[in-house]
Design a protein around this ligand. Sequence first.
Ligand code: HSE
Length: 432
Amino acid sequence: MVQPLKIGLLGLGTVGTSTAGILRSPQGRHPSLTDIEIAKVGVKTLDKRRAIEFPTGVLTTDLEGIVSDPNIDVIVELIGGLEPARSLILKAIANQKHVVTANKAVISRYGEEIYRAAEQANVYVLMEAAVGGGIPIIRPLQQTLSVNRIQTVLGIINGTTNYILTKMAAEGSDFSDVLTEAQELGYAEADPSADVDGYDAADKIAILATLAFGQQVNLEDVSCEGIRQVSAVDIQYAEQLGFEIKLLAIAQQDETGLQARVHPTLVPKDHPLASIDGVNNAILVEGDPIGQVMFYGPGAGGGATASAVVSDLMNLATMVHTSNLVNPLFKIPQHPSSRLVPTQELVTRFYARLICVDRPGVIGNLGTCFGKHDVSLESIVQIDFKNGLAEIVVVTHNVKEQKFREALAEIPQLEAIEQIEIPSVLRVLREK
Ligand code: HSE
């Protein structure tokens, strides 16, 4: 008879509770779930009513005790945040325990340290739940798609910002009003910074880039802009020009090197990511020879994320029970390193909204200035006119970021340009 895999669950919040819920109700699910047993659950306090009751002695506030308990095979870390999560994961590994975690922040910052420790201890660290909630993306990149030469991983991997942008587009509302409403409804955190400033998506794309390109990409390698500066008026103009504005996380490798970034992006309406609305996530992987594969689904939430956590546990149960301890899940990136492309060398398209005095020669001067800096324009349109001021929107073809910025910097000095303001500069999804 197979000995059940004994797990120590750290954290009993939304995901922890849903994880325990799945494990305690295996009927109708995969049969190997019955080979997994919750031995201990580490919580902050015992004086709280819980949605699930555990047998006496299972709940404990002694998290250190769980990671060193010789009866436990796997630690499931669902407490989130950097500390004590990182230290507990490392202690668990040092005590020869496998780890399952949903902690993107720890993996994007300390992944290399954790994976090296795991390699030495000959244990697994699995993290399907760290990116895209319930969407399977980690294992597909590590295994199923890894025979391809991956060129791009492009995704909407933060549900909160996608919800806000979708609502702004549908209602014509401003960012701050939609954010307040999202906070009242519990879709956005009281401190929304991790989501709206792009840090959550940056953690996730660092992890996906590491897996896709076989090279350690850390959080500090990701350039990151959030959605606070996206205005209702830009969403409306983008719509008129045939685009949706989405917070995209992009990891790309080409002959110039590797880049990983997060920023609001104008996405053509016929692109598969343009129609991803609300809190959903979607990740598009492009590789050779497979072409494009898209993963779509619930990127957050207790049940969806727990589905990914338990799938890792099930995998572990199978691997441990078949003594398959040479699994490709576990490889530390070995490929030769590509250079990380600095932002000013990025090649992308741009959208800019400019306001200045409406007089003859304005559009001509702007066009000449962009041309002088090798910036090829796809369109330049005067969209609006208010109080003697013209509102002009420019969309470029692919251009090196530095060239575009140089052209923008020169605009205030142009002869026909008076009272210039440039309230928005956004990137547009790059042309092939
Ligand atoms: N806060 C994230 C989101 C989910 O809004 O998608 C957890 O990563």
